[in-house]
Design a protein around this ligand. Structure first.
Ligand SMILES: [Ca+2]
Ligand SMILES: [Ca+2]
Ligand SMILES: [Ca+2]
Ligand SMILES: [Ca+2]
Length: 509
């Protein structure tokens, strides 16, 4: 994030209030970049770091749209963890964490955003997290659940969604205008987006629903997404969709795992489905697909399999789509209808959007699908706090549920949930300690600053970068707390533990 005039909010209260001189520093004050005068002065309108000296639920009572750019919400600093929820006075209902027009450059790490039902406050905007027409967004190790519109709804450019747990929604009579709205992860529109190592789970539609481009759309628009090493579990109708509603779609779909759950149906349910509405959408597709394990596809050697299964196409066309109008792309990124249908898919060359001429990742970033599932089950979600690992009861229950294929506990036995209490409840968070001594209020504890010659525990030096590596001192600290030095690259390929049998033992579609 790095900015010479950034400020540090050391959030010391779980309340959703904003009073400059009350001695409480709140999430709302940090999100909105408001002035604080006590216990120390913070000027308004600045790039900012939101650190947490408290643990527990922040119950939002009104929208807190992030419209001032540059914010690093550092859940890893909490002694026990932070969970955002919807408050009883929040009316009309909107999202919990929300960057919108202007709120560019956000890093959001290690928090839970769990909206919950609002049956008497009808709203179409009940997203746990929404990235709303913003750029340069990182969502890392977040648990985004219990939304009534979507649990995670990115509309962004140059953004990454990784190591997060997405869904389930609150689905039936939970407050959306539709009595059944169980649409979990909707990326629309987006460009230059990476979606990796996430778990998206338990819904009807929008397991991973990609609409690339821009809105309102213009001629010649296109967008790229790299979707790899994700786990998608239990979507009844729409496990994955790639649409061309907002532009031509360049997508690399690599080594993901999509399994059947207790209630699903093969009709229209593909990973991924191509959704193209005839000539309404004059855009094309360039899709690279490789090594995905889906409800219809096995990859030889994975999930204990030593021989090839009868394999069918992972991708398909829902009945509402027009296969003959699903076209390829030309060099300018517009539709080329000399190629149609499954011809838009290939497994030989990466899909690279116009202007990109070489791949921009290292091979070790991507594992095979079985290890990808093991890694996501081991590390996804808000699993780290200041004082150590802290995966909460909710994330743990859902991880156990996938590992065991619904045997313990058997979620969604009676269909999709209406209230949080049917879906595992909220987090039980216990603080593991209080604020660490930080004499100069720059967010870096005395004990940490004292270890280094480049930081001074008695001088406010959060934005300095004496070692010249591009990361200001405060980010060196935040990344230290997140243990990026051992975890960031070390996650990939190192996950252990049980993975379920192919398709959770259910027959191939
Ligand atoms: Ca205050
Ligand atoms: Ca300090
Ligand atoms: Ca200092
Ligand atoms: Ca540095």
């Amino acid at each position: 994030m790095r900015s010479a005039d950034a400020v540090v909010y050391k959030i010391n209260s779980l309340e959703d209030t904003a009073v400059a001189g009350d001695g409480k520093i709140t999430y709302r004050e940090c999100a909105l970049a408001l002035a604080v005068t006590s216990p120390y002065n913070i000027p308004a309108g600045r790039p900012r770091y939101c650190l947490f000296d408290v643990a527990g639920a922040i119950i939002m009572q009104a929208p807190a749209p992030i419209t001032i750019p540059k914010i690093y919400i550092a859940g890893q600093t909490s002694p026990g963890g932070i969970e955002f929820r919807l408050g009883a006075n929040y009316d009309p209902v909107d999202s919990l964490i929300d960057t919108r027009g202007g709120g560019d450059h956000m890093i959001l790490r290690y928090v839970r955003a769990r909206l919950g039902e609002h049956p008497t406050r009808i709203s179409n905007n009940g997203d746990s997290i929404r990235l709303n027409d913003t750029s340069h967004q990182i969502v890392d190790h977040v648990s985004a659940m219990f939304g009534t519109d979507e649990s995670l709804n990115p509309n962004c450019r140059d953004c990454t969604i990784q190591w997060s747990i997405i869904g389930p929604n609150m689905c039936i009579g939970a407050g959306h205008t539709s009595s059944l709205h169980c649409k979990t992860f909707f990326i629309n529109p987006a460009n230059n987006i990476t979606i990796a190592h996430n778990i998206s789970q338990h819904g009807q539609f929008r397991g991973i629903n990609l609409g690339l481009g821009i809105k309102p759309r213009v001629p010649g628009t296109y967008g790229q997404a790299d979707v790899f090493n994700n786990v998608v579990y239990h979507f009844t109708d729409e496990t994955g969709v790639i649409s061309n509603q907002n532009g031509s779609a360049y997508v690399n779909y690599i080594a993901n795992v999509a399994f059947r759950g207790p209630n699903d149906k093969p009709t229209n349910n593909f990973f991924a489905a191509f959704f193209s509405r005839d000539t309404v959408d004059p855009y094309g597709y360039n899709i690279f697909m490789s090594d995905n394990v889906t409800q219809r596809t096995r990859v030889q050697g994975f999930f204990g399999q030593t021989v090839s299964d009868p394999q069918r196409s992972a991708a398909g066309f829902p009945t509402a789509a027009d296969e003959t109008n699903t076209c390829g792309v030309n060099a300018q990124g517009t539709a080329d209808c000399s190629v149609t249908g499954f011809g838009v898919i290939q497994s030989l060359a990466y899909a690279m959007v116009v202007g990109i001429t070489s791949r921009q990742y290292e091979a070790w970033h991507i594992t095979g699908p079985e290890q990808a599932m093991r890694d996501a089950l081991a590390f996804a979600g808000a699993d780290l706090c200041r004082d150590g690992l802290c995966r909460d009861n909710v994330d743990q229950m859902y991880i156990d549920d996938i590992r065991s294929c619904d045997s313990a506990p058997y979620l969604f036995e009676n269909g999709f949930p209406s209230v949080v209490s049917q879906a595992g409840g909220y987090a039980n968070i216990t603080a593991t300690g209080g604020a660490l001594a930080d004499s100069d209020n720059d967010g870096m504890p005395d004990s940490w600053e004292s270890q280094f010659t480049n930081t001074n525990p008695n001088v406010w030096d959060a934005n300095n970068d004496a070692d010249g590596d591009g990361y200001p001192n405060i980010e060196e600290y935040l990344n230290f707390v997140a243990r990026d030095y051992e975890r960031y690259a070390g996650f990939i390929g190192s996950g252990t533990g049980r993975v379920p049998a192919f398709n959770c033992g259910r027959p191939m579609f």
